[in-house]
Design a protein around this ligand. Structure first.
Ligand code: HSE
Length: 412
């Protein structure tokens, strides 16, 4: 009999328990043994659930119970999760988590402990909700050098952008709907300011490139600056605004960023709407492979957690843990050396002079239009330009016009 503990009974924790018991007989036949959840750890009281007898408040009951071999951490955040998970791995228990922050900040260290202790540390649910991506990237694509990853990695922001694009809905209304549907983080700033996508691209890049990519080294810009005007100009461009997490192998180093981007409607990422996520992985043998599905929500995320439970239970005493090494501080490149096209929106003092100056600095412009465009408004796409030069040129242009919008244009 495999005995499991679940730490945290929020959206993902309660979904995990629900999926586990709903599909128990299939799960047991996949494990090849009987299985049960012995403990559910949560400081809150949940009277009247069918699991009343399983709730505990003392972590040490799990840590010190030799019957428990697999522990699920779905509390979220770094504290107390980091201390709990570290102690559990050190005690020889396998851990399954959906906690992106934990893996993005402490993955290298926890994977190292798991390897030393010959147990597993699995985190399929940490990226893409119900989409299988961690194990496919690690196993099925392991023959490849992964050159590049570009993904829509946050369901909440994709939901908000879709509502803005398709329904002209205001940002705040779309966010509160996403919160009601259980997509958003406890603090939705982590979604809309890009930190959640940043953690996820860090995990994918670490796995793909074999070295830890830390969130603090990644340029991260969210969607709070994206306006309905930008969305309308993007329509004229022939695409959609998406929050993209991007990582690219550059020799022994990596370029990684999170930013809103204009994506051409020809791209496989442009038609990814609502809470759906999509992750494009470019392998040197496979070419582009796209993973698509529901990136947030109770049951899709629980599906990934329970699959990891099955794998951890099957692999007990037979570690198949994923792995990447720690990195030094220079592993992630500064963005200044990269080249991108940019969408720019201006409110001009002198429109002719501003456009002339912009074309002088940024090559032939593709001018965009929208309904209700004001007379002194101008919007365009630049040619490809070095990131540092673009920043410096914007300071020059701001003498002729107020820069209202700046969004990268990415080709995927
Ligand atoms: N808040 C996250 C999202 C949850 O919206 O994608 C899933 O990680």
């Amino acid at each position: 009999m495999v005995k499991i503990a679940v730490m945290g009974y929020g959206v993902v924790g309660s979904g995990t328990v629900e999926v586990f018991y709903k599909n128990l007989s299939g799960i047991e036949s996949k494990i090849g043994d009987k299985a049960d959840i012995k403990y559910i750890l949560d400081l809150r009281d949940f009277k009247g659930t069918p699991y009343d007898d399983k709730f505990i408040k003392d972590f040490n009951l799990i840590l010190n119970d030799p019957e428990i071999t697999v522990v699920v951490e779905v509390i979220g955040g770094l504290n107390p999760s980091y201390g709990f998970v570290k102690s559990l791995l050190e005690a020889g228990k396998s851990v399954v988590t959906s906690n992106k922050e934990l893996v993005a900040e402490k993955g290298a260290e926890l994977l190292h402990i798991a390897r030393e202790k010959k147990v597993n540390f699995f985190f399929e649910a940490s990226v893409g909700g119900g989409i299988p991506i961690i194990r496919p990237l690690h196993h099925c694509m392991s023959a490849n050098e992964i050159d590049e990853i570009a993904g829509i990695l946050n369901g909440t922001t994709n939901f908000i952008l879709t509502k803005m694009i398709n329904e002209g809905m205001a940002f705040d209304d779309a966010l509160s709907t996403a919160q009601k549907l259980g997509y958003a983080e406890r603090n939705p700033a982590a979604d809309v300011e890009g930190h959640d996508s940043c953690r996820k691209i860090c995990i994918l890049a670490s796995l793909a490139f074999g070295k830890h990519v830390y969130p603090k080294d990644v340029y991260t810009e969210g969607i709070t600056g994206v306006t309905l005007e930008d969305v309308q100009y993007c329509n004229d461009f022939g695409g959609a605004v998406k929050l993209i997490g991007w990582a690219s192998r550059r020799g022994e180093r990596a370029a990684v960023m999170v930013c809103p981007a204009f994506i051409s409607s020809e791209s496989q990422l442009a038609g990814v709407n609502d809470v759906f996520n999509a992750i494009l992985v470019r392998g040197d043998a496979t070419g582009d492979v796209v993973f698509y599905g529901k990136g947030a929500g109770k049951l899709p995320t629980a599906s990934a957690v329970v699959s990891d439970i099955i794998m951890a239970a099957k692999m007990h005493n037979n570690s198949k843990s994923l792995y990447w090494e720690d990195s030094d501080k220079d592993f992630v490149l500064d963005l200044s050396g990269l080249e991108n096209k940019f969408y720019v929106r201006l409110i001009c003092k002198d429109k002719t002079a501003a456009l002339k100056k912009a074309e002088e600095m940024w090559g032939k412009l593709k001018v965009l239009h929208r309904d209700d465009e004001s007379e002194n408004e101008a919007a365009f796409i630049t040619a490809k330009i070095n990131e540092r030069k673009f920043r410096e040129d914007c300071a020059v242009l701001s003498e002729l016009a107020e820069i209202k919008g700046k969004i990268r244009v990415l080709d995927y």
